[in-house]
Design a protein around this ligand. Structure first.
Ligand code: PMV
Length: 328
């Protein structure tokens, strides 16, 4: 929903503080296999979504500048409005009174929406942290509490959401996620550069998950591919823990091949992955549900900065993120 002609006065003078921050996410290994119980390795893209307070309002009223999107909380409104009302409800459930929840909030996002990078969870967590901070509830800033801000709103966008997006958005660093929650936060690995590029729109995650589930039931090759993706995820997790980023990269390259064999890649994705590998990426693959969406490429010694303009020419959006342990 675009709001090109809406009156946005009141969103133009955010106070420098307080603010609420959240990460986006890119799955390094384990997408789709995670649905069947495999662990997924997920990188949090740091400080991608930052919410700023712009003062009191008659309801929770949010403007996400780079998406040109204005959302007012309304439990009977469209999907976005219902999601914002759900964030408001979660905050209420955590004991935050109405005067702190009725705010005008300006959101700065470094990532596009609907690209599989966890923007909706990031929005919920950054806005939730801002409002909790205004209410003096610093106890809710911790990752294990902040995920609660996104609990209800993620159901609206993703149905029965796995919770991976919210977990990564709140935690930072790199996490191992298994259905149900974070299995482990990896706190000892060398600093990485992650280039993430958006190839363009994609089918809803739910549709792709359903297709892969059907394939798994009816086609032995697909089942084997999903098993191999699980093994690669385990191998990549061990590699990262051992600080072996070359091996992590190799597992990502192999995972990409298997995801392609599951018919989840596209010509654009293949092109982006190839360019990143040619430019020295240790590993490059589609990230998330596939069928479009994003790629992620890991770099260490080679600086991907020079590649960025070339990648931007052939993608809808691209950026480079420094990934390091959240709690070294
Ligand atoms: O919506 P995405 O692109 O972040 O994909 C989610 C990853 C899947 O494994 C395909 C689905 C899931 O719920 O884990």
């Amino acid at each position: 929903m675009k709001n090109m002609h809406e009156d946005l006065s009141g969103f133009d003078s955010p106070k420098p503080s307080p603010e609420g921050r959240a990460c986006a996410k890119a799955i390094l290994l384990g997408e789709h296999a995670v649905v069947f119980g495999a662990p997924a390795l997920i990188a949090a893209l740091p400080d991608c979504i930052i919410s700023h307070d712009c003062g009191p309002s008659d309801l929770l009223d949010v403007y996400i500048e780079s998406w040109n999107l204005r959302i007012k909380a309304d439990s009977l409104g469209n999907e976005n409005s219902r999601a914002l009302a759900a964030i408001d409800k979660s905050l209420e459930g955590l004991g935050i009174s109405e005067n702190f929840r009725r705010r005008r909030v300006l959101v700065k996002s470094r990532i596009p929406s609907q690209a599989g990078l966890g923007s909706s969870a990031g929005l919920a967590i950054s806005a939730g942290r801002l409002i909790a901070g205004l209410a003096g509830r610093d106890d809710l800033a911790a990752p294990e509490k902040s995920v609660l801000f996104a609990e209800e709103s993620e159901k609206i966008f993703h149905g029965k959401a796995s919770g991976a997006d919210a977990a990564a958005a709140a935690a930072g660093g790199i996490v191992v996620f298994k259905k149900g929650g974070i299995l482990e936060q990896i706190n000892d690995f060398p600093k990485l550069q992650l280039l993430v590029a958006y190839s363009g729109s994609r089918p809803p995650t739910r549709k792709l998950v359903e297709r892969i589930s059907r394939q798994r039931e009816t086609d032995q090759k697909s089942r084997r591919l999903l098993d191999s993706l699980e093994n690669l995820s385990l191998e990549g997790i061990s590699a990262l823990k051992a600080g072996d980023i070359n091996l992590l990269g190799k597992t990502m390259n192999n995972a990409h091949r298997f995801l392609s064999d599951l018919d989840l890649s596209t010509e654009k994705i293949e092109n982006l992955v190839k360019r990143c590998r040619n430019a020295g990426a240790l590993g490059a693959k589609l990230t998330g549900a596939g069928g479009g969406g994003c790629i992620a490429a890991v770099f260490m010694e080679k600086d991907p900065a020079n590649l960025l303009s070339e990648i931007r020419d052939i993608s809808s959006w691209a950026d480079i993120f420094t990934i390091q342990p959240a709690r070294p």
